[in-house]
Design a binder for this molecule. Structure first.
Ligand code: URA
Length: 448
């Protein structure tokens, strides 16, 4: 805890004038703000000064440390073995956590996962899990620890005790146009992840139309900052840069994505989803010291799906968190949305583009997402693609199906889909899905 008594105005002025702040100055701002000693208007000015002038790597690490220490840092040292988590910067159709957490845990690597809810065009793991009848994500820390001990994996929401400063700061940034700052995003993410008591972390940093960082260069910079902070805290941290220009897999929407994940765990997952899943899961298995190379980890990830051990682990987790395992055995028995409609090709040709951002917004309109934090989501709503980018379609062939309980939005969602999809005579060039890996040695281009 900072014992200094600085003047917030001097610190704001120093950052406004482009100077670096000391560790004590940053700690003072974060601690005093969390204790209500610094008002929102001064914190807003401070954050805006930092947004414009930037924070260097040391300052970003200090921000992380200060936010982390406003709450509890879990001590999981009594649980044997390595604890490894994964974090995604958010995407459309991104159900990877549901598939990879049981894969990794099935090899004896503990996965303590604290996730978020969907906001705007992106989905959130918690909303997906809650679509499973009975599944509880708001669980106290002692129960969280017990589930992890027993099953080797737990998936829950952020409690009040985890990095409370980040919760307040994020809400302030949201309304002061200061979200899109690489050091602020990186320190926000890492303060929550480091509070989980992990030994190592794998990050899925997305770029493209459905990503938070649309530009690949910005996404690489974010990945480097995240890795630098993680390694500063002596946690092995590896980031992958993955393409988020089209939705991942076929399904968007909460239960629809859980259903796709069940198929994936049964060995029938979409190629793009499985490529990233196995790479991230393999890296986690290696970081958890259950494989001697990342490649061996990837082999083990494939094996866990083929031999059914990952699906077994998923069933154990669903049961431990109160979910109805009958739905996992028989996903077709889930209730359906009242209205189903089809989006069809207007001409023959190759699908050039299925814009992830627009499809995510379409899915939100149908009821799968929320514009404001307070809104509820409809677990049955969403979109399931019938075709992916690069596939050939004939006029009138179905490209996607929409599911909703709100008949009135169907026409406008069909229009959104029409803007999201383009069809051309030429087959599009297909870029690799996983383009770079960032680790403590630097950024490496991957050939996929
Ligand atoms: N996600 C976070 O947790 N924090 C940010 O600042 C942005 C995305």
């Amino acid at each position: 805890m900072s014992s200094h008594n600085f003047n917030p105005v001097s610190i704001i002025r120093k950052k406004r004038d482009g100077q670096c702040l000391s560790t004590d100055e940053i700690s003072f701002m974060i601690e005093q703000y969390t204790r209500d000693e610094i008002p929102d208007y001064q914190m807003s000015a401070f954050i805006m000064a930092g947004f414009i002038r930037g924070f260097d790597d040391r300052e970003a690490a200090t921000l992380t440390d200060a936010m982390l220490n406003t709450g509890k840092v879990l001590d999981l040292s009594d649980i044997p073995g390595k604890k490894v988590d994964k974090h995604s910067t958010g995407g459309v159709g991104d159900k990877l956590s549901l598939i990879l957490a049981p894969i990794v845990a099935s090899w004896g690597v503990s996965v303590p996962m604290i996730s978020g809810r969907g906001l705007g065009h992106t989905g959130g793991t918690l909303d997906k899990l809650e679509s499973i009848t009975g599944f509880m994500v708001d669980i106290p820390l002692d129960r969280y620890r017990n589930i992890l001990k027993k099953t080797g994996v737990v998936m829950a929401g952020q409690t009040e005790e985890i990095a409370p400063a980040d919760k307040r700061l994020y809400a302030l940034r949201d309304v002061t146009a200061t979200v899109e700052s690489i050091p602020l995003i990186a320190s926000s993410i890492m303060s929550k992840k480091l509070a989980e008591g992990i030994d190592a972390l794998v990050l899925d940093v997305k770029f493209g139309s459905g990503a938070f960082m649309r530009d690949l260069g910005d996404a690489i910079e974010l990945a480097e900052t995240l890795v630098t902070i993680g390694e500063d805290f002596e946690k092995q941290t590896i980031a992958y840069l993955t393409d988020m220009n089209q939705p991942l897999g076929y399904a968007m929407g909460n239960w629809l994505e859980v259903k796709e994940s069940i198929h994936a765990l049964r060995g029938d997952g979409p190629a793009d989803v499985m490529e990233i899943t196995h790479t991230l899961a393999g890296t986690m298995i290696w970081l958890g010291e259950k494989a001697s190379t990342i490649n061996e980890g990837v082999e083990k990830s494939l094996e866990a799906v083929q031999n059914g051990q990952a699906l077994e682990k998923w069933l154990e987790l669903v049961e431990a968190q109160g979910g109805d395992t009958n739905l996992i055995h028989n996903p077709e028995t889930y209730r359906e949305a009242e209205f189903e409609f089809e989006f069809k090709a207007t001409k023959d040709g190759y699908i050039q583009k299925i814009d992830a951002y627009q499809m995510g917004m379409g899915s939100l309109e149908l009821g799968a997402g929320r514009r404001r934090k307070e809104e509820a989501v409809d677990p049955t709503a969403g979109i399931v693609l019938a075709k992916k980018r690069g596939e050939y379609v004939k006029e009138n062939e179905t490209i996607a199906r929409g599911y909703t309980n709100k008949e009135a939005v169907i026409d406008s969602v069909l229009q959104t889909m029409d803007e999201a999809v383009s069809i051309e005579a030429e087959r599009p060039e297909m870029n690799g899905l996983i383009q770079y890996r960032a680790d403590k040695k630097g950024v490496h281009e991957l050939k996929t």
